[in-house]
Design a protein around this ligand. Structure first.
Ligand SMILES: NC(=O)C1=CN([C@@H]2O[C@H](COP(=O)(O)OP(=O)(O)OC[C@H]3O[C@@H](n4cnc5c(N)ncnc54)[C@H](OP(=O)(O)O)[C@@H]3O)[C@@H](O)[C@H]2O)C=CC1
Ligand SMILES: CC(=O)N[C@@H](CCC(=O)OP(=O)(O)O)C(=O)O
Length: 356
């Protein structure tokens, strides 16, 4: 068994990790931490966990939430950015492998991090060894990593939707991403804009001056284009996130103009084939033949992608969706931990989601 700590277990992503780890065949939760709720038991904070003992000993609802983690083989860090970096550094120092769900180690360029996150990176030296945790892109590097930076939820959806197009060089480097997230993407902390009465029956765009997932998206599209012999000196991305009244789910619609050569050679059906071939070895990415629904992914680690050509404009349209708490956070974190521990990539992850 591999011992696991969850840092900031009282977060939404921490709770989702508990749900997944309760059925994981190889990972065992041996330590959980939080700030204001330290000293309480898991069952006191999340009473639904009292249902576990009849089925599994994997998670003990009587486990006391500590302020500091006990030693473990691996830790999932579910803290907000900035706070996460310091916790990660301490865990690595004591030899623990880390999957960090925050944004602190996703950007390779520290100046870019400091510009977007508006504070000085506390441990920039660790950026070099951190691996961007998109399992479909970097499985070998993740397998050998001590620190994996789990991608953001908007970024995961958009990058997976656009990777094959940039890897095969079939689009111009000018992209629009219209992304819609359920409210759990904003986390569990109390904010006026997240109240039921504010969000219910409402849709709104946010971060019009630039969302911090933008540099992550550009970084990864640029990398895949270069690695596949289609280097782009500058990729222009308009990325606009929206908040919609649902608990889970994230759907991105991406628009990019096909190159003249691609437009001549490809149609919707051959682009779907190109996408299918690209993701042939990826158990959680599925190219579908109709626009996917967020409900298809709810509660699972799956990503559903529908690429099609708008023949009137010559644009590629890609609709990509996930569950933000699963492939967008905790599910992907388990996928990465599996790779880091030499386990099957799919271990402990639900085969299907919940529908309706
Ligand atoms: N929610 C999502 O869909 C996704 C989240 N992420 C990232 O994962 C991480 C966890 O996100 P999420 O689960 O949404 O988190 P939440 O917003 O749900 O976390 C809330 C908890 O964080 C604690 N907290 C807040 N600030 C601090 C701090 N400075 N130090 C210690 N504890 C603190 C609060 O505890 P207290 O009671 O002590 O205030 C509260 O219990 C974040 O970095 C987030 O950006 C990534 C992808 C998707
Ligand atoms: C709906 C909502 O507010 N979503 C969050 C993204 C959640 C996420 O992926 O956050 P990190 O990059 O911090 O890990 C946002 O747009 O900031």
């Amino acid at each position: 068994m591999i011992s696991v700590a969850i840092i900031n277990v009282t977060s939404y992503t921490g709770l989702e990790l508990l749900r997944l780890l309760a059925q994981h065949p190889h990972l065992r939760v041996t330590s959980v931490t939080a700030r204001s709720l330290a000293g309480q038991t898991l069952g006191e904070v999340f009473p639904q966990l009292y249902a576990l003992p009849s089925f599994t000993t994997a998670i003990d609802p009587m486990m006391v939430i500590a302020e500091e983690p006990a030693p473990s083989d691996l830790a999932f860090v579910c803290l907000p950015h900035a706070a996460a970096a310091e916790a990660v550094a301490q865990l690595l120092e004591r030899g623990t492998k880390v999957v960090d769900l925050s944004a602190d180690f996703r950007l390779r360029d520290v100046a870019e991090y400091e510009q977007w996150y508006q504070h000085t990176h506390p441990v920039p030296a660790l950026l070099e060894s951190a691996v961007f945790g998109l399992s479909e892109c970097y499985p070998n590097q993740i397998a050998g990593a001590r620190l994996v930076a789990n991608p953001g939820c908007h970024s995961t959806t958009a990058i997976l939707g656009l990777l094959p197009a940039f890897a095969r060089g079939i689009v111009e480097p000018d992209v629009i991403i219209d992304s819609k997230s359920g409210i759990s993407g904003a986390g569990r902390s109390l904010k006026l804009g997240n109240l039921y009465s504010e969000v219910n029956e409402d849709v709104s765009a946010y971060s019009l001056n630039g969302h911090r997932h933008l540099p992550e998206i550009i970084q990864e599209l640029q990398a895949v284009a270069a690695d596949n012999g289609h280097p782009q000196s500058a990729i222009r991305v308009t990325f606009l996130p929206h908040l919609i009244p649902m608990t889970r789910g994230l759907l991105a619609t991406c628009y990019a103009t096909l190159t003249p050569e691609a437009l001549e050679r490809l149609n919707s059906s051959s682009i779907q084939e190109l996408y299918r071939a690209y993701y042939a070895g990826s158990p959680f990415v599925h190219i579908v033949e109709q626009p996917p629904h967020t409900k298809w992914a709810s509660g699972s680690n799956h990503c559903f992608i529908y690429p099609t050509v708008d023949t009137r404009t010559g644009r590629l349209i890609v609709i990509s969706c996930i569950d933000n708490l699963m492939k967008g956070a905790s599910g992907q974190a388990i996928q990465n931990a599996n790779l880091m521990c030499g386990l099957p990539e799919t271990a402990g992850l639900p085969v299907l989601g919940v529908n309706p």
